[in-house]
Write a protein that binds this ligand. Structure first.
Ligand code: NIG
Length: 331
């Protein structure tokens, strides 16, 4: 398959700070030298990154999501390998090679009247690689964990999973936004619209949607849709932690009786460095609960965490948060 950079223990060695008497996550994680090896691997989960923010730029958002994967790796590989973190359950696959597409995106002048359309074409090319990779991993009987990148990659995830399973896929999305925008061009705000139009998406639920950032036409479409629905963050604000967890479990029940994908847009997390950062949202620890609860579902087919956009100052916070979420998921 083209467009994938596979990692080896050597290629990531410089990220690991070893310590005598201790074993780090990066020293115990599994690697593969070609994709076919996944089929015989004992690991249940396959982790890879998509270091791009082309879809975010095409959606006029704040770039930076391209750096989330590197921040994640730097932290994750230095987590302790112990009875709780379980690196042996994971294949560290590598990354979708986004260099060429990112360079092309940077060479499009923002004054170009077709700026967004041209970025959208690049997002479509990325969609092809992401969907092929997801289809391959799920067909091999593994659960992909995808670290974005923009939320545009939800489309590739859903398409790949749907092709592997030969049916539309349910999705639960923890997100401040629906990403059901109109479909003139591909970008990070319309991955679910494209998946819906192409009949790849089954039931779609958005958990923690922010009323301030959802256009009225999207509310109207969702209110009349048999398959799309949402729970507003504003309806959860006054609830206790137990009630919020209960609400999450209720949402999960609505999708998890069939195969489903789990999406987490980091802009749902309060004050988190992300493409559409907001001061209001779920606490990190609450999101850790959500991921752990979801991970127990037998029909869960993938986890996608996207739109984290670290700066130099916030790199450690982002990397550690993503690492917690990954280890919570594979525990
Ligand atoms: N994936 C993010 N989608 C949001 C972005 C909002 C923003 O950048 O402000 C959306 O299109 O609504």
């Amino acid at each position: 398959m083209e467009g994938i950079k596979l990692y080896t223990s050597r290629s990531i060695a410089s990220y690991i700070s070893t310590r005598e008497g201790e074993t780090k996550f990066g020293e115990k994680v599994n690697f593969i030298s070609n994709l076919e090896e996944l089929k015989s691997s004992k690991a249940k989960y396959v982790l890879f990154g998509i270091p791009e923010d082309i879809g975010v730029r095409a959606n006029l958002g704040r770039p930076g999501a391209a750096n989330a994967w590197k921040s994640c790796l730097k932290s994750l590989l230095n987590v302790q390998a112990n009875q709780y973190t379980k690196p042996e359950k994971l294949v560290l696959l590598g990354e979708v090679d986004c260099n060429e597409l990112m360079n092309k995106a940077s060479n499009i002048a923002i004054e170009d009247p077709n700026y967004i359309a041209k970025l959208g074409d690049l997002v479509k090319q990325l969609d092809t690689t992401v969907s092929q990779l997801i289809q391959f991993i799920i067909s091999a009987g593994k659960i992909p964990i995808i670290i974005g990148g923009g939320h545009n990659n939800a489309y590739g995830n859903i398409k790949g999973a749907s092709l592997a399973l030969k049916k539309p896929l349910n999705v639960l999305n923890i997100d401040a936004h629906t990403d059901l925008r109109t479909t003139e061009y591909r970008h990070s705000g319309n991955g679910f619209s494209f998946a819906r139009n192409e009949k790849l998406l089954g039931k779609y639920r958005v958990f923690g949607l922010h009323q301030n950032y959802t256009p009225q036409y999207i509310f109207e479409n969702m209110n009349t849709s048999a398959n799309d629905n949402y729970r507003l963050f504003e309806h959860l604000i006054l609830k206790s932690s137990e009630q919020i967890v209960k609400a999450f479990r209720e949402e999960l029940e609505l999708v998890a009786n069939e195969d489903f994908g789990m999406e987490l847009d980091c802009d749902a997390i309060k004050g988190f460095p992300s493409s559409a950062q907001t001061p209001s949202g779920f606490a990190i620890n609450m999101v850790r609960n959500f991921i752990r609860i979801a991970s127990e579902e037998e029909h869960l087919k993938y986890l996608h965490i996207c739109e984290a956009a670290p700066t130099e100052q916030s790199e450690i916070k982002v990397g550690k948060t993503l690492s917690y979420l990954i280890t919570d998921f594979i525990h």
